[in-house]
Design a binder for this molecule. Structure first.
Ligand SMILES: *Cc1c(COP(=O)(O)O)cnc(C)c1O
Length: 423
């Protein structure tokens, strides 16, 4: 940490940081579940972000417009439903470092991953392998497995998983490089998470893209745990495609609409296959209701259906906050907040756990994953009993994610005090 924390009273440090925190007022923009009459210590924003207080207003607006206008709400409502997906592109582009033509809010994450793989995983006899991280989120594993099977290929042969070295928890850049080089003539797609959900490891996206492109493969990313957590530059990094959900760090509510990114040059390329639907069709001729799918020349051509207004209202509310704050400020606070958590956790010596998340801040986001050798469940239950919301992953990991938007240094301090007192 930048401050010489060992010489200061650590509790005081928390208070000082909170007092000086340029984001402290944002905590008040969220609704916290209650425990014994007080806000819980919510360290689970990596799983389901808290509800922004402004969400209800956006939601009610759509219900009211529906009541007032009926079908005419498509054009007459405050945010006309016909154009509703457009109200996200600017914010999303800023959030992931993209051009506005490269992003769209649509569907949900796994569905989007499938749709994008239909475009960017077109195996040939020669090039058919997918390289991915071992221990990816199960939904991603199932998506990849079934895509491979859909093409009549054998997952055992077609899927190359890169695992951490024996006794390690994270995947080295060298291992990724080696795997891509080894399969260079056969790899069609390199598909990685941005931040691994289990270990919290953040991958070097730019580097992975370069490696993939060097061997003639596409590079795609599932950014579920990276969006709203890390500063991203998807366009400049030449990422081919990416998708994400918005109910984790983006606080858009359970089952909230997902998002996609497609590199500009692909959005313009009509030879890139995409499944058609009327909302992906050229907007000018959409209502001519004619035969012949003509995709718009941007990422919104991957849409099929008209926007899920009620679902998307909360996403719009949440993005207002991200527009206002910006990722750079969030990332700056996050660096200190997670480092503080790591520092305090390392003082706890009576419990047998190790932090499996990389200690280099460049290789992680908010999250820290604690792997317990024993008593993990007891610790988790003690946390719950004391009003800490964390997350348990089988077989023995507690994940915590101090989120810069609404968590305080005091939250982190209190959480660690509770850990300390577990017998
Ligand atoms: C949370 C998460 C998902 C969830 O997928 P849904 O389709 O939104 O249910 C998928 N992949 C990763 C990496 C995740 O972290």
């Amino acid at each position: 940490m930048q401050t010489n924390i060992s010489n200061t009273n650590i509790r005081l440090y928390a208070k000082e940081r909170d007092d000086a925190d340029f984001l402290s007022s944002y905590r008040d923009k969220f609704l916290f579940p209650q425990h014994q009459g007080k806000d819980v210590i919510y360290l689970c924003g990596n799983s389901l972000g808290l509800q922004p207080k402004n969400a209800i207003e956006y939601f009610v607006q759509e219900l009211n417009d529906w009541a007032e206008y009926g079908v005419e709400g498509h054009f007459k409502s405050k945010r006309p439903w016909f154009s509703y997906h457009h109200f996200f592109t600017k914010s999303l582009a800023t959030l992931v470092g993209a051009k506005e033509t490269e992003v769209v809010a649509m569907n949900t994450l796994t569905v989007n991953l499938h749709l994008l793989m239909l475009s960017f995983y077109r195996p040939t006899k020669q090039r058919y392998k997918i390289i991915m991280e071992a221990g990816a989120f199960p939904s991603d594993m199932y998506a990849v497995e079934t895509q491979v099977k859909m093409h009549g290929l054998n997952p055992e042969d077609a899927i190359i998983e890169i695992a951490p070295a024996k006794g390690e928890h994270c995947i080295t850049q060298e291992a990724i490089e080696e795997a891509i080089k080894k399969h260079k003539n056969k790899v069609a797609l390199v598909l990685f998470g941005g931040v691994n959900y289990y270990t919290g490891q953040y991958f070097d996206i730019k580097q992975i893209v370069e490696l993939a492109h060097r061997v003639g493969a596409y590079a795609g990313f599932d950014l579920a745990h990276a969006v709203g957590n890390k500063v991203l530059h998807l366009h400049d990094w030449k990422v081919d495609f990416a998708c994400w959900c918005t109910y984790k760090y983006l606080n858009s509510g359970p089952g909230a609409v997902g998002g996609i990114f497609v590199q500009e040059k692909h959005t313009k390329d009509e030879n890139i296959f995409r499944l058609g639907g009327w909302w992906g069709h050229d907007e000018k001729t959409r209502f001519k209701m004619k035969k012949g799918f003509k995709p718009t020349k941007n990422a919104s051509s991957w849409q099929m259906s008209n926007a899920q207004i009620l679902n998307m209202a909360a996403h719009r509310a949440s993005l207002d906050i991200f527009d206002e704050v910006g990722m750079n400020k969030l990332a700056e606070k996050s660096l200190h907040l997670t480092a503080y958590a790591e520092f305090l956790l390392k003082q706890i010596t009576h419990l047998k756990f190790e932090i499996i998340t990389p200690s280099n801040p460049i290789e992680r986001g908010c999250q820290l994953s604690l792997l317990f050798k024993s008593k993990g469940k007891e610790v988790f239950e003690a946390l719950q009993k004391n009003g800490v919301v964390a997350d348990w992953r089988e077989p023995n990991v507690i994940r915590i994610a101090p989120v810069p938007l609404y968590n305080s240094f005091e939250d982190v301090y209190t959480f660690c005090e509770i850990m300390k007192h577990v017998k």
